[in-house]
Design a protein around this ligand. Structure first.
Ligand code: HOZ
Length: 427
């Protein structure tokens, strides 16, 4: 496969950008090569500089549920741009997106728009601390909440891909108030709370782990977390940056019918432009400045282009039958992959919730981060290149989710299963 233009682009980018990329997991070093530089995307496909076409399951790491360059999004963003790209003053577009989010997401009575998921989680925790007057927080091993200093302990995504236990540059003092417990283990949460009575401000988690592959909550786990946190006055925060508007219009909290106190959003609500949001109960959100004393601000927060792309995307997702379509395309893909691993006698754990899916190369049943860590990353690397050769683009990491979008056709799914079957046969 021709890749000389991508290689040249990467050689140049490395001179000016660390690792040649603006986010570590985009670098292909963990699959032993250099990244493909993308020239353009259309629908379910992306095209690299060398003209190779791929069926894309990265979907910009989740946001592009409508596919690349969706005509309505492109048109809406173009006309918004013609009216000015940023004002640093309120627009009614922001209220429109906020109202849509409040009507869709059960836990959100008020919401603040920011520029990234990292900003959303960082601020939600600050608000929870301000609201409770407590300092300590509980996070889950393998959950990734962006690159916030004190949340990088035992994080997923790039931290897991690069085999780091946490990040350099974070003073021990910053992480002193972060307690980490395993996923799907409510007793571990109880123990952490008992050991730190009246000291825990919040428990933050991805209700479906999406940065360590895909790990769904076991039956009753989220309900138990809801009960425990409520009993101790601890703010329960769902990080739905990935799952929000992805597994259901109301996110994982409506899918599992468990309502947290606060929710963080990003990705899909920006329709492929930079955005984040945090929201929750009105009495908690009242702590945010200028109403309260918890400060958070941003020059480009609520940016008209990002907000317009978000509104246009959510409008489409609100149409009837959308989530059933995502479910049936993703189920067809997952079934095809499961059949292929079985046919070739390959140890694999297949995980899927709605249109998020993962194939782990492990004989284990993956229920937490330690289970995910048993996956054979060498095997993943070979599989990854088999897919690339077959014209299928997935994240260059065993620990990053795959996303099916509304534009993946039956033909795309069949071609993907064929490419995967060939890749598995060659392992
Ligand atoms: N944290 C994102 C993946 N879970 C990385 C996004 C990117 O590198 O673009």
């Amino acid at each position: 496969m021709e890749d000389s233009k991508s290689l040249a682009a990467w050689q140049k980018s490395q001179q000016f950008i660390p690792g040649g990329v603006n986010s570590p997991v985009r670098n292909f070093s963990k699959v032993g090569s250099h990244p493909r530089f993308i020239a353009r995307g259309a629908g379910s496909k992306i095209y690299d500089l060398d003209g190779n076409e791929y069926i894309d399951y990265v979907a910009s790491w989740g946001p592009l549920v409508l596919g690349h360059a969706h005509p309505s999004v492109v048109e809406a963003v173009s006309s918004a741009a013609a009216n000015g790209t940023s004002f640093g003053a309120p627009t009614t577009l922001e209220t429109q997106l906020a109202e849509t989010i409040v009507s869709a997401v059960p836990s959100i009575e008020q919401v603040r728009l920011v520029n990234s998921g990292t900003e959303a989680t960082m601020t939600a925790i600050r608000v929870a601390r301000g609201y409770t007057g407590r300092d300590k927080i509980i996070k889950i091993d393998g959950c990734y909440h962006g690159h916030v200093d004190y949340l990088l302990a035992k994080a997923g995504s790039g931290v897991a891909t690069f085999g780091l236990s946490d990040s350099g540059g974070v003073p021990e003092d910053f992480a002193r108030n972060t307690l980490t417990v395993p996923f799907n283990n409510p007793d571990a949460v109880r123990e952490a709370i008992e050991a730190n009575p009246d000291e825990i401000a919040c428990l933050i988690l991805e209700p479906i782990m999406g940065n360590m592959g895909i790990i769904p909550p076991q039956d009753g786990y989220l309900d138990e977390l809801r009960e425990i946190t409520e009993a101790h006055g601890i703010v329960l925060i769902f990080d739905e940056v990935i799952t929000g508007f992805r597994v259901a219009y109301g996110g994982a909290q409506s899918y599992y019918n468990v309502t947290p106190d606060m929710t963080c959003l990003g990705k899909i609500i920006g329709g492929g432009l930079p955005v984040g949001a945090y929201g929750g109960k009105r009495d908690i959100m009242r702590c945010v400045a200028p109403e309260g004393d918890v400060y958070q601000a941003g020059t480009l927060s609520g940016n008209p282009l990002a907000v317009t792309a978000g509104i246009t995307t959510l409008k489409r997702l609100a149409e009837p039958g959308i989530y059933a379509q995502l479910e049936s395309s993703a189920a067809a893909l997952a079934d095809g992959l499961a059949e292929a691993t079985q046919r070739h006698g390959i140890d694999a754990w297949h995980s899927r919730v709605g249109s998020m899916l993962m194939l782990y190369f492990t004989p284990e049943t993956v229920t937490d981060a330690d289970g995910a860590r048993t996956a054979d990353t060498e095997r993943f690397q070979q599989y990854f290149w088999g897919l690339i050769e077959g014209g299928v683009y997935v994240a260059p990491s065993q620990f990053e989710a795959g996303f099916v979008s509304l534009v993946h056709s039956e033909e795309d799914i069949n071609k993907t299963v064929q490419a995967a079957t060939q890749a598995l046969a060659n392992l």
